[in-house]
Design a binder for this molecule. Structure first.
Ligand code: G6P
Length: 614
């Protein structure tokens, strides 16, 4: 949700910033802009993607000097995506520039006050208000720029990660954060600020994750200072990033999404490494074992998440109730945070997030913590806000996920949830030793089964070609495959813009059946051993109305194979592990359909990878 990057050092800033923006682009791509400080302030901004900005700038080579600068790639909140609303924004006197990720909630009050003082605004953004406010406060109180930034931020309600540069202070950049991420990179005679570490890693692996209300001033000579808004110095540990540059590249694939789908045998394996041993009969998660007494006595589990992570959470509900026998509820974080939820001390709260930065999930965690709950995080991005805010947790170790549509993070989360349910079920004596060991052994072979499904890519591509022109699609599943149906439908709508709905197969007759005709593809996830007959009947109901059935079946399921118009055979597994396999063909199906429809698979319209605003 907006990516920001800034540089100060000895090198030319422009190439570093433009490359950095490309790495940040998954966070938003409505418009992009940069500002360079080179005696004057040069600002370039353009609607569209970073390559549109690059093309626009190509004619301005003479203005690209400067060893400090900032860049922004936008996901619009206030004001349409156009050149004027693009960041950076400039103060009225043209001396201060600012980029921002977040939302200034009281911007209209601030704007009215500034209008009364004679300020005029070019854009419709909340961000332009902030840079004018800094200018006004600096003028009124005759403050140095750092102090003016702090005083301005005291007046701001909302979320922000900002970078500020001042023409009069060419050897200084200022950053600040509140509820939106900001990472400080410390290189050799050069420094970086960015929304995440991806633009920084090429130059240094030393970073500091800024905390809420931190303000950092970075001087070209190498001094930096982090204080809070009340001017108290705050000390932060310098962390070493364990991230390789090649993890941020497509690695020979046409799209990040395809790479990430194909990485899943490895990423699922990584999520389990050191956490499971079927021969010895154990599954343990370090983050849980420290608190296992408390966790295993929980009377209720509440899972909180957004988007695809919410679908993983739904699978968690099935797993925890079946294997660990703990009543489990699943919450949209955005709903939980605003409805005065009942949270008890013996509840076990689990927050799931790929990015670890989703604003609603962060806020929901804060509410749960205010109520003294123990909150566990299942997160992909190491060092992210959710990873730091939760009491304990497990990383899924999927590596950077860059395609906006989440794939490998989903299977990583489901893998962790399965391990957690097994660990808890065993600890609580709710699963027989035999069943426990069988599930552990089966979990260990899941990566090789995923590999076999990926070999069906050409067949899935063929089916994609048959249904690519549909306007609607229905995804049906029962039990563990119901959340998979939701996830399959989400993948399709996110990247191909085909309207798709996921439904519990039995619920179809209470509404969606009215939509079925000869143009409606119905993707039925029919791998369940239990309820196999029932799902076969659901397929008959679709066929009777001339719907096109694409069935995901287990190998040798001749019965459903004969009923379906198209089928995709996947290896069989123990039922609680089914989602780890059945979701794979749905990811590939969505990918191929989107590609055939000419859609931008990695950067679908209107979406962003990391939603750091409400
Ligand atoms: C956005 C992304 C989704 C993601 C959701 C939750 O909507 O486009 O792919 O599932 O946010 O993100 P999180 O990082 O919290 O899992």
């Amino acid at each position: 949700m907006c990516g920001i990057v800034a540089y100060i050092g000895e090198k030319s800033a422009y190439p570093i910033i433009i490359e950095g923006l490309k790495k940040m682009e998954y966070r938003g791509y409505d418009s992009a802009g940069i500002a360079l400080l080179n005696g004057s302030i040069e600002v370039f901004k353009k609607k569209g993607k970073v390559h549109d900005l690059e093309k626009f700038i190509a004619e301005e080579e003479s203005k690209l000097d400067g060893t400090s600068g900032m860049g922004h790639t936008r996901w619009a909140t206030h004001g349409a995506p156009n050149d004027i609303n693009a960041h950076p924004h400039t103060s009225g006197n043209g001396e201060i520039v600012l980029i921002h990720n977040g939302i200034i909630e009281n911007y209209s009050t601030l704007k009215n006050a500034l209008l009364d003082l004679g300020h005029t605004f070019e854009s419709e953004t909340d961000t332009e208000v902030l840079v004018h406010l800094i200018e006004e406060i600096q003028k009124q109180y005759e403050l140095p720029i750092e102090a003016a930034v702090k005083k301005s931020l005291e007046k701001v309600v909302g979320a922000y990660a900002i970078v500020v540069m001042d023409k009069k202070n060419p050897d200084l950049i200022i950053g600040a954060r509140n509820s939106s991420p900001l990472v400080f990179g410390l290189g050799e005679n050069e420094f970086f600020l960015a929304s995440d570490a991806s633009p920084i890693i090429k130059y240094t692996n030393k970073v500091i994750y800024l905390e809420d209300e931190d303000v950092i001033t970075i001087h070209r000579d190498g001094k930096y200072n982090i204080t809070n808004l009340q001017n108290k110095r705050t000390n932060h540990e310098i962390k070493e990033l364990d991230l390789k540059l090649e993890e941020l590249e497509k690695g020979g694939y046409d799209h990040f999404m395809l790479k990430e789908i194909f990485q899943q045998p490895d990423t699922i394996q990584q999520s389990m490494n050191g956490r499971i041993n079927s021969a010895e009969g154990w599954a343990v998660l370090g983050g849980m074992s420290q608190h296992i007494k408390r966790i295993s006595k929980s009377n209720r589990i509440i899972l909180m998440a957004c988007g695809t992570s919410w679908h993983s959470a739904l699978i968690g509900e099935y797993l925890f109730e079946e294997i660990a026998r703990i009543p489990t509820e699943v919450e949209y974080a955005s709903e939980f945070r605003y409805r005065n939820p009942i949270v008890k001390e013996d509840d076990f709260i689990i927050a799931l997030s790929q990015s670890g930065e989703t604003a609603d999930t962060l806020a929901a965690i804060e509410i749960a913590k205010e109520k003294d709950a123990f909150v566990y995080g299942i997160v992909n991005v190491v060092g992210s806000s959710i990873a730091r805010l939760t009491d304990s947790g497990s990383y899924i170790h999927a590596g950077p996920e860059i395609g906006v549509a989440s794939t490998k993070a989903f299977t990583g989360q489901v893998s962790i949830l399965t391990l957690m349910a097994l660990y808890l079920g065993h600890e609580r004596g709710k699963i027989s030793e035999g069943e426990y060991r069988e599930l552990l052994a089966e979990l260990e072979v899941i990566p090789s089964k995923v590999k076999r499904i990926l070999e069906l890519d050409d067949q899935i591509k063929y089916i994609a070609g048959e249904i690519k022109n549909a306007s609607n699609a229905l995804y049906l599943g029962r039990g563990y495959n119901f959340p998979v149906a939701l996830e399959g439908a989400l993948k399709l709508k996110e990247i191909s813009y085909i309207h798709a709905e996921g439904y519990p197969a039995a619920e179809m007759k209470h509404g969606p059946i009215a939509l079925i005709d000869m143009y409606m593809p119905v993707i039925v996830i029919a791998t369940n051993q239990s309820a196999h007959e029932k799902i076969a009947s659901n397929i008959q109901e679709v066929k009777a109305r001339k719907g096109i059935v694409i069935a995901i079946i287990t190998e040798e399921d001749t019965k459903i194979r004969e009923m379906a118009d198209f089928f995709i055979e996947i290896p069989s597994t123990k039922e609680p592990l089914t989602p780890l396999l059945s979701v794979i063909p749905l990811q590939l199906l969505a990918y191929h359909i989107a590609l055939m429809r000419g859609c931008d698979v990695d950067q679908p319209r209107n979406l962003a990878k990391s939603v750091t605003v409400e």
